[in-house]
Design a protein around this ligand. Structure first.
Ligand code: MG
Length: 226
């Protein structure tokens, strides 16, 4: 058995582009334009604003209930259905404000319901980290205590590097959906969409050991200097 640990924003849900649309609609102009190849993963390079105004606008995005109706990334729904049909219950791990918990749960269950899953809440698990107290790699190591083989999929270089460094037995797939220049990201695999993930993990010749052996870090992960 393999545990899947999957990020939500810009992996399952199209957060950054939806947030930019929300901001532009509020200001009635193209205030927030996401560049094709951000130099790095920061608010200033991705959204064109400093952290303070970003957090202010994110607060408005949360208050307006946008997390309850977020659009999906291309191919995400198909993959969620494929997981469900293969009896894979993914662990969705996200860092979000506690105010958005109900909206996040609602949106995920709506997606599974729309896919025809009879019991949406039983098809996945949701872990919401509070950035002040939890880290994704802590959650993953807790969840990995009984299932030692895991696959982690995230778009943020920092979380990928954390898992590569601290979570032995977990393959980190960097889904670089924003096309961030990735000089300082050290994933086992880099992909840009769900189709590429599908090719990796549902290829019958690619069991977990083969995936790990063919990856950028086939050896002991925790010794990496990232
Ligand atoms: Mg993300």
């Amino acid at each position: 058995m393999i545990n899947f640990y999957i990020d939500l924003d810009d992996v399952i849900f199209n957060f950054s582009r939806d947030f930019a649309a929300f901001v532009n609609d509020r200001y009635k102009k193209e205030k927030c334009v996401i560049p094709d190849n951000p130099a790095e993963f920061t608010e200033i390079t991705v959204f064109g604003m400093e952290r303070e105004p970003f957090l202010y606008l994110l607060g408005l995005y949360i208050e307006s209930g946008r997390f309850a109706v977020q659009p999906l990334m291309p191919g995400a729904a198909r993959m969620m259905l494929r997981f469900a049909k293969n009896n894979i219950k993914p662990n969705f791990i996200t860092v979000r404000d506690p105010k958005s918990v109900i909206h996040t749960m609602t949106r995920l269950q709506d997606v599974y319901h729309d896919l025809g899953i009879r019991v949406p809440y039983n098809s996945h698990r949701l872990w919401i980290a509070n950035r002040k107290y939890h880290k994704k790699w802590h959650i993953i190591n807790e969840l990995s205590r009984f299932v030692t083989r895991g696959i982690f999929i995230d778009d943020h270089p920092k979380y990928i590097n954390d898992v590569v460094k601290h979570c032995p037995g977990v393959i980190a797939i960097w889904m670089n959906t924003l096309n961030v220049k990735g000089d300082d990201c050290c994933p086992h695999y880099e992909v840009s969409n769900w189709e590429e993930v599908d090719t990796l993990i549902f290829n019958p010749e690619n069991n977990f050991e083969v995936l790990l052996a063919n990856s950028a870090h086939p050896g002991v992960q925790q010794n990496l200097a990232v």
